[in-house]
Design a protein around this ligand. Structure first.
Ligand code: NAP
Length: 336
């Protein structure tokens, strides 16, 4: 029988994941929807999931006997309560990042899942499912010797006016924070942030660009340029320097043109297009594991470590140049 999934939060990504599950992926269907904006949930029902029951409260969706597994795609500040409720109900749960908006909240989820004794939670760090990052990891693991340094960039053409300095960490760098731990099989021990000359395209509450320097337990040094008003496109760069060679994240496939006396390739401008295929792969992985009553992929522990590491980066933003230590508590055996 097909896995019956309930979606809490039917905004942009919730709607898109519902579409994936009902129209693209196999082995699951949407049987329940919930959102504080009931009309939004009803619209997703009308457009994508006509058989779904609409619930006013996410907790009632989780408790429904029509729901085997839960997708939490609501506003970040509500994730913790729904993930904890899913664990209490013993139901597999995919939670979009962030797992929780505080490290303490993420730790409560880790503790609840560890007490449950079996993995139930997958966090939506989709870059681990991206074909380019997977190819890069294979090369880093086998071809270039020990990794020594990573040079990376996360560039957006522009951001909304309400985007302020800490969001460069919590909303933007968070993907690099997770994917480099996975890519290097390592954890961070410190963070430092320095600010170059500011772009004239930013505003008083957003320092842009910024350079985040991370050091790992193995001694690898990572520099990430976060530049969210770069104007020219959405551009994710990653170069790993190993003792035997260098490895680069592949560029997205695009058509090269010779035209008007120029040799050119288009560059994406919308972040939604850059990792679109990886969302399909991550959710198919969720469906496969949830059908077995468990979870796969990025863990609650990964979500917790991402929160701790992000907090250190934000502290580092507040005192430019200061090296902020990152220390992790003991990892519960469930996540080894
Ligand atoms: P969005 O369009 O604002 O959608 C969030 C939805 O959740 C809205 O419909 C909102 O309703 C609803 N909501 C708020 N409080 C709720 C509650 N207590 N119970 C149920 N629903 C509630 O945002 P989004 O872009 O879809 O983002 C949702 C989450 O996905 C965020 O955590 C974001 O970080 C994450 N995300 C991840 C990626 C990725 O690349 N992995 C990409 C995009 C988003 P109202 O509008 O009425 O408040």
């Amino acid at each position: 029988m097909s896995l019956r999934i309930g979606v809490i939060g039917t905004g942009a990504i919730g709607r898109d994941h519902a579409r994936r599950i009902n129209q693209v992926l196999t082995g699951a269907g949407i049987t329940a929807l919930s959102d504080v904006d009931l009309d939004g949930a009803k619209a997703v029902k009308a457009d994508i999931a006509p058989d779904a029951e609409v619930f006013a409260k996410g907790e009632d969706l989780i408790g429904s006997d029509k729901v085997d597994a839960v997708l939490v795609t609501s506003w970040g500040a509500t994730h913790e309560q729904y993930v904890l409720a899913a664990i209490a109900a013993g139901k597999p749960c995919f939670c979009e990042k962030p797992l929780a908006t505080t490290a303490e909240g993420a730790k409560r989820i880790v503790d609840a899942e560890a007490a449950h004794g079996k993995r139930l939670v997958q966090v939506g760090f989709m870059r681990r499912y991206d074909a380019g990052y997977r190819m890069l990891k294979q090369v880093v693991d086998s071809e270039i010797g020990q990794p020594l340094m990573v040079h990376a960039a996360h560039r957006n053409p522009s951001v909304p006016d309400q985007y302020v300095t800490p969001m460069a960490i919590h909303d933007t760098l968070i993907h690099e924070i997770d994917v480099f731990r996975w890519l290097l099989d390592d954890d961070y021990v410190s963070a430092q942030v320095v600010f170059p000359r500011a772009s004239s395209h930013t505003h008083a509450r957003l320092k842009d660009p910024q350079v985040v320097l991370l050091e790992t337990a193995k001694g690898i040094r990572i520099d990430v340029e976060v530049f969210v008003n770069c104007r020219y496109g959405y551009d994710i760069q990653c170069q790993v320097v190993g003792e035997e060679g260098l490895a680069y994240l592949p560029e997205p496939t695009s058509i090269m043109m010779r035209k008007d006396a120029r040799l050119q390739n288009p560059i994406l401008t919308d972040w939604k297009d850059r990792f679109v295929a990886s969302y399909d792969v991550e959710l198919q992985d969720f469906i496969s594991a949830a059908a077995r009553g468990t979870a796969s992929g990025p863990t609650s522990w990964d979500g917790y470590v991402a929160a701790l590491s992000s907090d250190a980066c934000v502290t580092a933003q507040e005192a430019p140049g200061t090296i902020v230590p990152i220390s992790l508590p003991a990892r519960p055996a469930l996540y080894n």
